[in-house]
Ligand binder design. Structure first.
Ligand code: NAD
Length: 298
């Protein structure tokens, strides 16, 4: 099966990034804003970021124009009716995702592939609410989707081999470097990365080092491009907390429970780069540790 048109549900950091990847690869794409409100601001943001790529010589003006031309932004879920592949990228909440999968089955054709970009939730749990289950799978992109090469293609319990093959071909067509994995909480990357970020937060709480020290150590000593706090802020602390809760529910081990500092930052609405503050305060240049963290809780 050839993917000729893609529908992306959700226009947050990941949804919009995935939609950009598909349109950039020449595939007509519909991106559905999942919450009420105009899509004008989203389009303006995308035009700005593609414009910067043109200025930096990373994209031609023609490619920018064709990408924008292939990308339809909408509030109407029905607009994905003729898509061959759906990539769900809404909030990391199982019940909300399951309800969306059920609505999607009433909108798209029975052959269309239904995939989720979940970071840690069960693909099989979403498949379970669907009538046509063999076409349900995971398609886990990484942040920022236009830059990161990896996509985890995830088998749900009843996903067919043919669907996985189609997704593999699709990922390569849009310039990605996929790996096929089984439906395990966190798959490969987040199963390893989440406990790592949580350990960094616990080191901070124990007073082992400052946010800057720990980030510096992991960049300079382990060769990571970002430190664990920079990474957590980039991912979004609400997403990190959701991944933590899902992995904890699966493993029940103390080292994968949510540290107080993470819980409190999320409670305060400090979600990282997307809200301007997380472990760092991004309103100043260079970003400084968030003043709310002067007294971390052990
Ligand atoms: N942030 C990452 O690094 C990353 C990487 C890979 C996958 N993901 C996954 O992608 C998905 C989206 O994450 P994101 O980082 O784009 O988050 P985000 O906060 O940037 O976007 C969340 C999206 O969900 C929508 N939304 C909010 N409340 C909703 C509701 N009640 N019902 C339906 N939609 C709602 C928002 O409008 C927005 O489009 C999640 O499943 C997340 O786990 C995130």
């Amino acid at each position: 099966m050839e993917i000729k048109k893609v529908g992306v549900m959700g226009c947050g950091s990941m949804g919009l990034g995935v939609a950009q990847v598909c349109a950039q690869a020449g595939i007509p794409t519909v991106a559905v804003k999942a919450t009420p409100g105009s899509t004008d601001k989203i389009r303006a943001g995308l035009e700005k970021s593609l414009g910067k790529m043109v200025e930096r010589g990373k994209m031609t003006a023609d490619h920018r124009d064709s990408t924008l031309g292939l990308l339809q932004l909408t509030n109407r879920e029905e607009d994905v009716a003729d898509c061959d592949l759906i990539v769900e990228s809404i909030i990391e909440d199982l019940e909300t995702k399951k309800a969306l999968f059920q609505r999607l089955e009433g909108i798209v054709s029975p052959q269309a592939l239904l995939t989720t970009n979940t970071s840690t939730l069960s693909v099989t749990a979403m498949m379970a609410v669907c009538k046509h289950r063999v076409r349900v799978a995971g398609l886990h992109f990484f942040n920022p989707a236009p830059v990161m090469k990896l996509v985890e293609i995830i088998y749900g319990f009843e996903t067919s081999d043919e669907v996985i093959d189609t997704l593999n071909v699709f990922c390569k067509k849009v310039g990605k470097d996929p790996v096929i994995v089984q439906d395990t909480t966190g798959f490969i990357v987040n199963r390893l990365l989440t406990p790592y970020m949580l350990s960094a937060i616990r080191l901070l709480e124990m007073g082992t080092g400052t946010i800057g020290d720990i980030d510096h150590a992991m960049k300079s000593g382990a060769g990571h491009p970002m430190g664990p706090f920079e990474l957590a802020d980039y991912i979004g602390l609400d997403v990190v907390e959701a991944m933590t809760l899902n992995i904890y529910q699966d493993m029940h081990q103390p080292h994968v429970s949510s540290p107080h500092t993470l819980t409190r930052l999320v409670q305060l609405g400090y979600l990282g780069r997307k809200t301007g503050k997380g472990f760092y305060d991004y309103s100043v240049k260079p970003p400084m540790p968030n003043p709310a963290l002067q007294h971390p809780v052990a």
